[in-house]
Design a binder for this molecule. Sequence first.
Ligand code: XMP
Length: 510
Amino acid sequence: MTHQTLLILDFGGQYTQLIARRVRELGVFSEVRRGDVPASDAKALGPIGIVLSGGPASIYEDGAIRPDPGVFGLGAPVLGLCYGQQAMAHLLGGQVEPAGSREYGAAELEADLTCPLFAGTKAAQRVWMSHGDRVVRLPDGFTVIGHTSNAPVAAMADEARRFYGIQFHPEVRHTEMGSRILENFLTICGARRDWTAASIRRDAVERIQQQVPDGRIIVALSGGVDSSVTALLCREAVGERTAPIFVDTGLLRLDEGDKVQARFATFGLAIDRVNAADRFFASLAGIEDPEEKRRRIGHEFIAVFEREAKRFPDARFLAQGTLYPDVIESTSVRGPSATIKTHHNVGGLPERLGLELVEPLRWLFKDEVRRLGEELGLPEEFVWRHPFPGPGLGVRILGEVTPERVLLLQRADAIFMDEIRAAGLYRRIAQALTVLLPVRSVGVMGDQRTYENVAALRAVITEDFMTADWFRFPDDVLDRVARRIVNEARGINRVVYDITSKPPGTIEWE
Ligand code: XMP
């Protein structure tokens, strides 16, 4: 690989992935490893610099994860954040103590602007703190480069060795000059900024070519961004040896199946579309429990996919759009994240089919996949689409899923999406969806009493989908959506808007 790498050591901080994303946004590839990775492994990555993440522990706590002291001997600049700063101070001979009053939230940093880490920032700047401990004695070679009213060593540096420690989080938006500080660190590391959409594309295509010298790659195409980008990369890497299979479950958005087919046709890529809606509906008949629905949808999907895949006797590989956050979480110091729902609906497929997995996106964050999609020529409005769950509308119809209810929900949902786009709000919302409730309500239309379905609208803003807030729509948009749904989606006579944040609510209703 031709690009440089910045290594991020993870001590279990809630913002570790965010650090990795910010660094990549600044044009440098970053890789997250466990905080206690042996120095020899760290060295093997040839990092241009190392960031020590935050973490929940106190450095003196039993069981606190600590960096291998050898990482300070690799010759690479090191930046410690919060816990990372404390770990650095402790391991290099300084002293850390619990702070008298814990410092959480916003604070004002007085920064030494002559230090390259703070070049181009401000003498007084707002920063975001979240840690209970603080450095009280500097290790040899360090000087103080910033303080707050509560933290005399809010920032420290050993310029000769290029070691820096800051007690706040530059990766969160509440830290006013955070992005500039990270950028300065990358400059200190001698970053070439070679991580661009074009280089990501080259890199991904090369990896596929190396992994797949011959034989066919089957691509599980869902119609979403990740699997579409995966299919296009495979096609670029191995040409006609790519076989995209698209299982139309009947649980997609209005006309989605046709749109998927048309989109790939413009790339000259014929997809194998299997219309399996009947089979899914038969399997879901009478089922109301959400997890059981997910299980059945997953099961049907695997059965249909397996049957289709067997039509390609020379298939040896299965390409999937696994993303970097899934990879990080499976090796994280915090353990596999507490995914409450069974999100991975096609688990077990490669083993069953005896195929080797190809995961060209496993190094990428969602935003990078989107930029890569644009680079590959996918239309912007497609690439920036909101996430859509694997089980589709199956988990947005509360209670039993029937073809009639799917069609009703599709119509209401299409109106909601349409109005969101027309109001220019689509990109400001992280995810919007419509839910069909299993209750009926009384209404009046003309002179007639109605007794019909209720649709719930949901739209959220979020950085990571782990927490989310409901989107504040202008009144007139909600008003138009509600009127249109009741008038045009016959069978719905009431529309409600969900104002629950996550937590305690989830984004989906099931
Ligand atoms: P929740 O509802 O857990 O959703 O707040 C977080 C994100 O995950 C998506 N989601 C799913 N995606 N299969 C998927 O592929 C699923 O079963 C599933 N359930 C939720 C949800 O749409 C949101 O983006």
